[in-house]
Design a protein around this ligand. Structure first.
Ligand code: ATR
Length: 284
């Protein structure tokens, strides 16, 4: 029988996860389909129980449900520590929750930077994405600085990590970026339709900085354009993280090796195609 997977969120219509996972199923010749389900926050518990009853094989969870969904699954320890899940697996009978956002970003950074241990990473943002990314960088032995508009949120996140501090977005930011190896934008700043926005300009960057933006629409954000202007050699866009978090979920559900290239191509093609038709925005 055809296996059913999907993503729950609200809004969810513009998620690229269906395009990405269906491309993977097609590439591997699997009899499976991946759909988007809009689930209001108040319906989340019923939706997860209903999915289990219907025999849905696996779900991704996106905004604004990632934190709340933790209460309705058996979460693996890492997801519990991060405080959010983005993946549910139903294969054991009970819903088990995972967080693959951090795994996705770590894979991107390892590919780009090599060893993370001892590196100085500055993360812009203190929301769910920043929580997942900073958790993995911390475990790998990076020295993490959380820079956030709301300083108290930055302080709270930094206090959950082993080797981290925090700053606001003014004053100290310039000096800290100059001293960093890695700069990560984990906020939504620069996402379509606010494509001219960036929290950091070229004059704060240096060529040896690795600059990674989790925003993937547009693929080349203002931050990444500024990085180019500053002569930054290693620039990573948000598509890679989307693909790697999806690939990690795919592996949890199917126990099969995900066809990364086909998944990435499907996402990049869809982004180019949809930009031509100027659709609004995208979510993991
Ligand atoms: P997510 O779970 O997707 O990370 P979130 O929890 O709403 O979403 O977090 C969004 C992050 O982007 C926050 O760090 C937010 O800063 P605040 O904590 O001060 O709200 C940051 N952010 C969003 N818009 C911003 C803007 N215009 N300028 C600076 N930071 C912004």
């Amino acid at each position: 029988m055809k296996k059913i997977y999907g993503i729950i969120g609200d809004p969810v219509a513009h998620s690229l996860s269906p395009v990405m996972h269906n491309a993977a199923f097609e590439e591997l010749g699997m009899d499976a389909v991946y759909l988007a389900f809009r689930v209001p926050k108040g319906e989340l518990k019923d939706a997860i129980q209903g999915a289990k009853s219907l025999g849905i094989a696996g779900l991704n969870v996106t905004i604004p449900l990632k934190e709340k969904a933790l209460s309705f699954v058996d979460a693996e320890e890492v997801a519990e520590k991060i405080g959010a899940i983005n993946t549910i697996d139903f294969s054991s009978g009970t819903p088990v929750g995972y967080n693959t956002d951090g795994i996705g970003s770590l894979r991107v950074l390892k590919e780009t930077v090599g060893q993370i241990n001892g590196k100085k990473a500055l993360i812009l943002g203190a929301g769910g994405a920043a929580r997942a990314i900073s958790f993995y960088l911390d475990v790998e032995g990076a020295m993490v600085t959380i820079a956030n508009r709301t300083k108290e949120r930055a302080a709270q996140l930094a206090s959950r990590l082993h080797n981290a501090d925090f700053i606001g977005l003014e004053g100290e930011l310039e000096r800290r970026i100059k001293a960093s190896d890695i700069l990560i934008n984990a906020t939504s700043v620069g996402m379509h339709p606010n494509e001219d926005a960036t929290l950091v300009n070229a004059d704060l960057m240096h060529p040896d900085l690795v600059v990674f933006d989790i925003v993937y629409n547009p693929m080349e954000t203002k931050l990444l354009k500024e990085a180019k202007k500053a002569g930054v050699k290693k620039i990573v866009d948000g598509v890679k993280m989307l693909v790697y978090q999806g690939a990690a979920s795919f592996k949890i559900w199917t126990k099969m090796e995900p066809p990364i290239e086909a998944m990435e191509k499907a996402v990049r093609d869809a982004l180019i195609r949809d930009r031509l038709h100027s659709r609004i925005f995208y979510i993991l």
